[in-house]
Design a protein around this ligand. Structure first.
Ligand SMILES: [Zn+2]
Length: 276
Protein backbone atom coordinates (compact mmCIF):
# COMPACT_ATOMS: atom_id res chain seq x y z
CA UNK A 1 0.00 0.00 0.00
CA UNK A 2 1.49 3.41 -0.98
CA UNK A 3 1.32 6.49 1.20
CA UNK A 4 -1.72 7.98 -0.63
CA UNK A 5 -3.70 4.75 -0.15
CA UNK A 6 -2.82 4.70 3.52
CA UNK A 7 -4.01 8.36 3.88
CA UNK A 8 -7.30 7.51 2.11
CA UNK A 9 -7.71 4.42 4.33
CA UNK A 10 -7.18 6.44 7.47
CA UNK A 11 -9.60 9.18 6.24
CA UNK A 12 -12.23 6.53 5.44
CA UNK A 13 -11.82 4.98 8.90
CA UNK A 14 -12.35 8.41 10.45
CA UNK A 15 -15.56 8.73 8.40
CA UNK A 16 -16.79 5.36 9.67
CA UNK A 17 -16.24 6.62 13.22
CA UNK A 18 -18.08 9.86 12.45
CA UNK A 19 -20.92 7.95 10.86
CA UNK A 20 -21.32 5.92 14.08
CA UNK A 21 -21.02 9.00 16.28
CA UNK A 22 -23.67 10.72 14.13
CA UNK A 23 -26.03 7.77 14.67
CA UNK A 24 -25.40 7.78 18.42
CA UNK A 25 -26.16 11.46 18.85
CA UNK A 26 -29.07 11.59 16.42
CA UNK A 27 -27.45 14.02 14.00
CA UNK A 28 -30.20 15.03 11.51
CA UNK A 29 -30.58 12.15 9.06
CA UNK A 30 -29.96 14.29 5.97
CA UNK A 31 -26.41 15.04 7.19
CA UNK A 32 -25.52 11.32 7.41
CA UNK A 33 -27.50 10.44 4.29
CA UNK A 34 -26.48 13.35 2.06
CA UNK A 35 -22.97 14.04 3.28
CA UNK A 36 -21.21 11.37 5.33
CA UNK A 37 -22.50 8.17 3.69
CA UNK A 38 -21.88 9.17 0.01
CA UNK A 39 -18.34 10.36 0.86
CA UNK A 40 -17.74 7.12 2.71
CA UNK A 41 -19.08 5.06 -0.23
CA UNK A 42 -16.70 6.88 -2.57
CA UNK A 43 -13.60 6.09 -0.52
CA UNK A 44 -14.75 2.78 0.96
CA UNK A 45 -17.28 1.21 -1.42
CA UNK A 46 -19.90 -1.14 0.06
CA UNK A 47 -18.86 -4.77 -0.10
CA UNK A 48 -20.46 -8.19 0.31
CA UNK A 49 -20.51 -8.97 4.02
CA UNK A 50 -18.81 -12.33 3.54
CA UNK A 51 -16.68 -12.38 0.33
CA UNK A 52 -15.91 -8.61 0.01
CA UNK A 53 -16.94 -8.22 -3.64
CA UNK A 54 -18.01 -4.58 -4.32
CA UNK A 55 -21.80 -4.09 -4.21
CA UNK A 56 -24.23 -1.21 -4.76
CA UNK A 57 -25.22 -1.04 -1.11
CA UNK A 58 -24.32 -2.44 2.29
CA UNK A 59 -24.84 -4.31 4.51
CA UNK A 60 -25.71 -6.96 1.94
CA UNK A 61 -24.59 -10.26 0.48
CA UNK A 62 -23.73 -10.92 -3.17
CA UNK A 63 -25.92 -13.39 -5.07
CA UNK A 64 -23.39 -16.20 -4.73
CA UNK A 65 -23.00 -15.86 -0.94
CA UNK A 66 -26.75 -15.44 -0.56
CA UNK A 67 -27.36 -18.73 -2.42
CA UNK A 68 -24.99 -20.49 0.00
CA UNK A 69 -27.06 -19.52 3.06
CA UNK A 70 -29.00 -22.50 4.33
CA UNK A 71 -32.31 -21.33 5.83
CA UNK A 72 -34.18 -23.71 8.15
CA UNK A 73 -37.41 -24.10 6.20
CA UNK A 74 -38.33 -27.74 6.66
CA UNK A 75 -40.03 -29.59 9.52
CA UNK A 76 -38.65 -28.84 12.98
CA UNK A 77 -39.06 -29.99 16.58
CA UNK A 78 -41.70 -27.75 18.13
CA UNK A 79 -39.64 -27.37 21.33
CA UNK A 80 -35.98 -27.11 20.34
CA UNK A 81 -36.43 -25.98 16.71
CA UNK A 82 -34.02 -28.72 15.56
CA UNK A 83 -34.65 -29.78 11.95
CA UNK A 84 -36.47 -33.11 11.57
CA UNK A 85 -36.18 -35.52 8.63
CA UNK A 86 -39.97 -36.02 8.28
CA UNK A 87 -42.95 -33.72 8.55
CA UNK A 88 -45.27 -35.15 11.21
CA UNK A 89 -47.10 -31.89 11.91
CA UNK A 90 -46.29 -28.60 13.64
CA UNK A 91 -46.63 -30.03 17.17
CA UNK A 92 -43.98 -32.74 16.69
CA UNK A 93 -41.42 -33.03 19.48
CA UNK A 94 -38.06 -34.66 18.80
CA UNK A 95 -36.99 -37.68 20.82
CA UNK A 96 -34.12 -35.62 22.12
CA UNK A 97 -36.49 -32.96 23.49
CA UNK A 98 -38.65 -35.67 25.06
CA UNK A 99 -35.67 -37.27 26.79
CA UNK A 100 -34.22 -33.95 27.94
CA UNK A 101 -37.02 -31.35 28.00
CA UNK A 102 -35.41 -27.91 27.74
CA UNK A 103 -36.04 -25.21 30.35
CA UNK A 104 -37.23 -22.88 27.56
CA UNK A 105 -40.54 -23.41 25.77
CA UNK A 106 -39.66 -22.97 22.10
CA UNK A 107 -36.42 -22.22 20.26
CA UNK A 108 -36.20 -21.05 16.66
CA UNK A 109 -33.26 -20.24 14.40
CA UNK A 110 -33.16 -18.72 10.93
CA UNK A 111 -30.15 -20.57 9.50
CA UNK A 112 -28.07 -23.70 9.72
CA UNK A 113 -24.65 -22.72 11.03
CA UNK A 114 -22.85 -23.66 7.79
CA UNK A 115 -19.91 -21.97 6.04
CA UNK A 116 -21.39 -18.64 4.82
CA UNK A 117 -23.43 -18.18 8.01
CA UNK A 118 -20.29 -18.89 10.05
CA UNK A 119 -18.22 -16.29 8.17
CA UNK A 120 -21.00 -13.71 8.45
CA UNK A 121 -21.49 -14.21 12.18
CA UNK A 122 -17.77 -14.26 12.91
CA UNK A 123 -17.35 -10.94 11.06
CA UNK A 124 -20.30 -9.48 12.93
CA UNK A 125 -18.94 -10.65 16.27
CA UNK A 126 -15.19 -10.34 16.11
CA UNK A 127 -14.49 -7.76 13.37
CA UNK A 128 -16.36 -4.81 14.87
CA UNK A 129 -19.20 -4.88 12.31
CA UNK A 130 -22.36 -4.06 14.36
CA UNK A 131 -24.10 -2.82 11.18
CA UNK A 132 -24.37 -6.46 10.01
CA UNK A 133 -27.23 -6.82 12.53
CA UNK A 134 -29.38 -4.90 9.98
CA UNK A 135 -28.85 -7.74 7.53
CA UNK A 136 -29.73 -10.50 9.99
CA UNK A 137 -32.67 -9.04 11.91
CA UNK A 138 -35.22 -9.57 9.08
CA UNK A 139 -34.29 -13.28 9.19
CA UNK A 140 -34.92 -13.29 12.95
CA UNK A 141 -38.30 -11.64 12.40
CA UNK A 142 -39.28 -14.36 9.96
CA UNK A 143 -37.99 -17.32 12.02
CA UNK A 144 -39.42 -15.91 15.27
CA UNK A 145 -42.73 -14.56 13.98
CA UNK A 146 -44.85 -16.73 16.32
CA UNK A 147 -42.56 -16.25 19.32
CA UNK A 148 -42.56 -12.48 18.92
CA UNK A 149 -46.34 -12.22 18.42
CA UNK A 150 -47.03 -12.55 22.17
CA UNK A 151 -43.69 -11.46 23.63
CA UNK A 152 -43.58 -8.87 26.42
CA UNK A 153 -39.81 -8.49 26.68
CA UNK A 154 -36.83 -9.15 24.42
CA UNK A 155 -33.57 -9.95 26.24
CA UNK A 156 -30.15 -10.58 24.73
CA UNK A 157 -27.99 -13.42 26.08
CA UNK A 158 -25.49 -11.39 28.12
CA UNK A 159 -21.76 -11.28 27.54
CA UNK A 160 -19.35 -11.20 30.46
CA UNK A 161 -17.97 -7.67 30.84
CA UNK A 162 -14.37 -8.84 30.26
CA UNK A 163 -15.35 -10.06 26.76
CA UNK A 164 -16.72 -6.61 25.92
CA UNK A 165 -13.17 -5.23 26.01
CA UNK A 166 -12.13 -7.35 23.05
CA UNK A 167 -15.31 -6.98 21.00
CA UNK A 168 -16.52 -3.54 22.07
CA UNK A 169 -20.17 -4.58 21.71
CA UNK A 170 -22.42 -7.49 22.62
CA UNK A 171 -23.58 -8.99 19.32
CA UNK A 172 -26.74 -10.41 20.93
CA UNK A 173 -27.67 -7.00 22.37
CA UNK A 174 -27.18 -5.43 18.94
CA UNK A 175 -29.61 -7.96 17.39
CA UNK A 176 -32.09 -7.61 20.28
CA UNK A 177 -32.04 -3.79 20.03
CA UNK A 178 -32.81 -3.79 16.31
CA UNK A 179 -35.49 -6.44 16.81
CA UNK A 180 -37.10 -4.31 19.52
CA UNK A 181 -36.97 -1.23 17.25
CA UNK A 182 -38.81 -3.08 14.49
CA UNK A 183 -41.41 -4.83 16.64
CA UNK A 184 -42.00 -2.20 19.33
CA UNK A 185 -41.46 -4.88 22.01
CA UNK A 186 -39.71 -3.75 25.19
CA UNK A 187 -35.99 -4.67 25.28
CA UNK A 188 -34.07 -5.11 28.54
CA UNK A 189 -30.33 -5.53 28.32
CA UNK A 190 -29.52 -5.13 32.02
CA UNK A 191 -31.93 -7.53 33.66
CA UNK A 192 -30.17 -10.79 32.81
CA UNK A 193 -26.47 -10.68 33.72
CA UNK A 194 -23.48 -12.90 33.22
CA UNK A 195 -21.57 -13.12 36.47
CA UNK A 196 -18.89 -15.54 35.37
CA UNK A 197 -16.77 -15.90 32.24
CA UNK A 198 -17.18 -19.47 30.98
CA UNK A 199 -15.05 -21.54 28.60
CA UNK A 200 -16.45 -22.80 25.26
CA UNK A 201 -19.10 -25.52 25.52
CA UNK A 202 -18.16 -27.46 22.37
CA UNK A 203 -16.56 -30.82 23.15
CA UNK A 204 -17.96 -31.04 26.69
CA UNK A 205 -20.44 -33.70 27.81
CA UNK A 206 -23.99 -32.68 28.72
CA UNK A 207 -23.15 -32.94 32.43
CA UNK A 208 -19.94 -30.92 32.04
CA UNK A 209 -21.78 -28.22 30.07
CA UNK A 210 -24.27 -27.86 32.89
CA UNK A 211 -21.50 -27.71 35.49
CA UNK A 212 -19.57 -25.20 33.39
CA UNK A 213 -22.53 -22.80 33.32
CA UNK A 214 -23.83 -23.29 36.86
CA UNK A 215 -24.34 -19.89 38.48
CA UNK A 216 -23.08 -18.07 35.37
CA UNK A 217 -26.28 -16.00 34.93
CA UNK A 218 -28.35 -13.98 37.36
CA UNK A 219 -31.19 -11.47 37.49
CA UNK A 220 -30.91 -8.75 40.17
CA UNK A 221 -33.75 -9.10 42.69
CA UNK A 222 -35.13 -5.63 41.93
CA UNK A 223 -36.23 -6.84 38.47
CA UNK A 224 -38.09 -10.00 39.59
CA UNK A 225 -41.43 -8.23 39.85
CA UNK A 226 -41.18 -6.91 36.28
CA UNK A 227 -40.55 -10.39 34.94
CA UNK A 228 -43.06 -12.54 36.82
CA UNK A 229 -45.80 -13.89 34.53
CA UNK A 230 -44.24 -12.33 31.41
CA UNK A 231 -43.32 -13.84 28.05
CA UNK A 232 -39.65 -13.35 27.27
CA UNK A 233 -37.75 -13.90 24.03
CA UNK A 234 -34.04 -14.54 24.55
CA UNK A 235 -31.90 -13.46 21.58
CA UNK A 236 -28.49 -14.82 20.63
CA UNK A 237 -26.40 -15.08 17.47
CA UNK A 238 -25.79 -18.84 17.43
CA UNK A 239 -27.19 -21.79 19.32
CA UNK A 240 -24.40 -24.35 19.52
CA UNK A 241 -25.09 -26.96 22.18
CA UNK A 242 -28.04 -25.04 23.62
CA UNK A 243 -26.44 -25.10 27.08
CA UNK A 244 -26.12 -21.29 27.32
CA UNK A 245 -29.78 -20.53 26.57
CA UNK A 246 -30.75 -23.45 28.80
CA UNK A 247 -28.84 -21.89 31.72
CA UNK A 248 -30.46 -18.48 31.05
CA UNK A 249 -33.93 -20.06 30.79
CA UNK A 250 -33.48 -21.87 34.13
CA UNK A 251 -32.73 -18.59 35.88
CA UNK A 252 -35.78 -16.90 34.33
CA UNK A 253 -38.03 -19.87 35.14
CA UNK A 254 -36.94 -19.83 38.77
CA UNK A 255 -38.08 -16.26 39.21
CA UNK A 256 -41.50 -16.90 37.63
CA UNK A 257 -41.25 -15.88 33.95
CA UNK A 258 -44.34 -17.47 32.35
CA UNK A 259 -42.82 -18.33 28.98
CA UNK A 260 -39.22 -18.25 27.80
CA UNK A 261 -38.57 -18.58 24.08
CA UNK A 262 -35.24 -18.49 22.26
CA UNK A 263 -34.45 -16.86 18.94
CA UNK A 264 -31.07 -17.17 17.21
CA UNK A 265 -29.71 -16.26 13.80
CA UNK A 266 -28.19 -19.72 13.32
CA UNK A 267 -27.93 -23.06 15.03
CA UNK A 268 -25.49 -25.91 14.98
CA UNK A 269 -27.33 -29.10 14.11
CA UNK A 270 -25.78 -31.92 16.11
CA UNK A 271 -26.43 -35.51 14.97
CA UNK A 272 -28.15 -36.29 18.29
CA UNK A 273 -30.84 -33.68 17.64
CA UNK A 274 -31.81 -34.77 14.12
CA UNK A 275 -33.75 -37.96 14.79
CA UNK A 276 -37.39 -38.08 15.88
ZN1 LIG B 1 -20.30 -12.53 -1.49
Amino acid sequence: MNQTDSHIGSFARQLVVWQRVARQFVVPQFITQQLITPTLDFFLPPRCATCDIVLARAPALCGQCWSKLDFIDGPICNRTGAPLPFDLGPQTISLNAMRHPPAYHHARAALYYTDTARVLIRRFKFHDRPELANLMVPWLLRAGEKLLAHADIIMPVPLHWTRLFGRRFNQSAELARKLADLTGIDMQVEWLRRTRRTPQQIGLTRADRRKNLRGAFTVPKKYYRFLRGKQVVLVDDVMTTGATVEACAKVLRRIGVAQINVLTVARVVLPETVHI
